[in-house]
Design a protein around this ligand. Structure first.
Ligand SMILES: [Zn+2]
Length: 57
C-alpha cells in the first residue's frame, strides 16, 4: 500500500509548511499559518493544482 506524503512548501522561500501523509485542505494550512509564510512573510494562497493529489481507487 502506498503512502503518498503531501508536502506544501512556500513558493517564495521554499520553507516546508506541511509535510505529512495526511492530505489536508489548503485552507486549513493557510489558517494554521495565519495566512502567511512564517519565514518570509509571503501571503499564502495555494491553488489546488499546486498540490499533487493522486486519487487511489
Ligand atoms: Zn516563505
Amino acid at each position: 500500500m502506498w503512502t503518498l506524503p503531501q508536502q506544501v512548501v512556500c513558493e517564495e522561500c521554499g520553507r516546508i509548511l506541511y509535510d505529512g501523509v495526511d492530505l489536508r485542505p489548503p485552507e486549513e494550512l493557510i489558517q494554521e499559518y495565519d495566512g502567511k509564510c512564517p519565514k518570509c512573510g509571503k501571503k499564502l494562497s495555494f491553488a489546488p493544482k499546486k498540490i499533487e493529489i493522486k486519487s487511489v481507487k
